[in-house]
Design a protein around this ligand. Structure first.
Ligand code: GUN
Length: 288
């Protein structure tokens, strides 16, 4: 069994991105600049945005966080997005989700200029991605693909089972692995809360991607011997740690690790890879 080490892989990729950024700037080009909109005081969102700022700094990308109280109106938020869309100094724009309940998230996402949508959430980018056209691919599915590539995991003709149909992970990763070429050419099954016989379907998976947000959902008796297991779960569980919580994956790591050929740990698997994808997309947006 081999661990798919997202932390180490992310470090390698970040060094490559940093070198590309410096080469770009050395040509006299503008330093890439990411803007992040954060509305409200959700603890996880604050942490994620903090990570994104730190990552940008590490690779030489400028970042600006625009903060709003959780009482911000939808109109104010839309206005801020319009301003950033028009600001030629900003290459990439993300709006951290979830937004306060009174704001229509889809409307906000659709207000982002698709050319600056480095989260790849705008329907224009999602549609292009599904058609296999050049597009910004959202961070988690892209991070998973980069990890499969880094470890040269074979995907052609493999049966990939995706657990979860979210817009952020399940749907896009299923579409990407269905596409022609590498990493892709998989036979795809997507399971969700209404799927009967999930265990039987999982047992057919050569590649199993768990993105349900249910800690320990995937047990050893659901995994085929030699399968590749990707755990996208990052549920916060109250714990006696400095932060007051620990992170739990969707996979029972101890039980599953002895059966599979490759597995991602939580933390240190998919998580760090998602952070790299945002940097990659921001550099791509700057180069356009
Ligand atoms: N909330 C959870 N994941 C993400 C992400 O990838 N991007 C944004 N903007 N918000 C999120």
């Amino acid at each position: 069994m081999e661990i798919l080490d997202g932390k180490n892989t992310a470090q390698i990729l970040k060094r490559q991105i940093a070198a590309e950024v410096e080469a770009w700037v050395a040509q006299g080009k503008k330093r890439p600049h990411l803007a992040a909109v954060l509305a409200g005081a959700d603890g996880a969102s604050q942490t994620y945005v903090g990570h994104k700022e730190k990552d940008c700094q590490e690779v030489g990308i400028l970042s600006t966080v625009i903060r709003f109280a959780d009482t911000v109106s939808e109109a104010e938020l839309l206005l801020a997005i319009e301003e950033i869309n028009r600001n030629a100094d900003i290459d990439g724009l993300i709006v951290q989700l979830p937004l306060p309940k009174h704001i229509n998230e889809q409307k906000v996402i659709e207000a982002i200029d698709p050319a600056k949508d480095v989260d790849g959430f705008h329907p224009m980018n999602v549609g292009k991605m599904i058609l296999g056209l050049p597009a910004f691919i959202s961070a988690t599915p892209d991070g998973i693909l980069e990890l499969l590539k880094h470890y040269q995991i074979e995907t052609a003709g493999k049966h990939c089972v995706v657990l979860g149909r979210s817009n952020i992970v399940g749907r896009p990763v299923a579409n990407l692995l269905l596409q022609k070429g590498y990493p892709g050419d998989c036979t795809l099954t997507v399971c969700h809360s209404r799927t009967p016989n999930i265990k039987e379907i999982c047992l057919q998976a050569d590649i199993l991607i768990a993105a349900l947000g249910v800690p320990g959902f995937v047990q050893a008796d659901m995994v085929k011997q030699g399968a590749v297991v990707i755990d996208v779960g990052i549920t916060r569980i109250p714990a006696q740690t400095q932060s007051g919580f620990s992170l739990a994956g969707d996979v029972d790591f101890g039980g599953v690790a002895v059966k599979c050929s490759h597995i991602t740990p939580v933390p240190g698997g998919v998580g760090p890879m998602t952070r790299v994808s945002l940097l990659k997309n921001t550099l791509k947006a700057a180069k356009k």
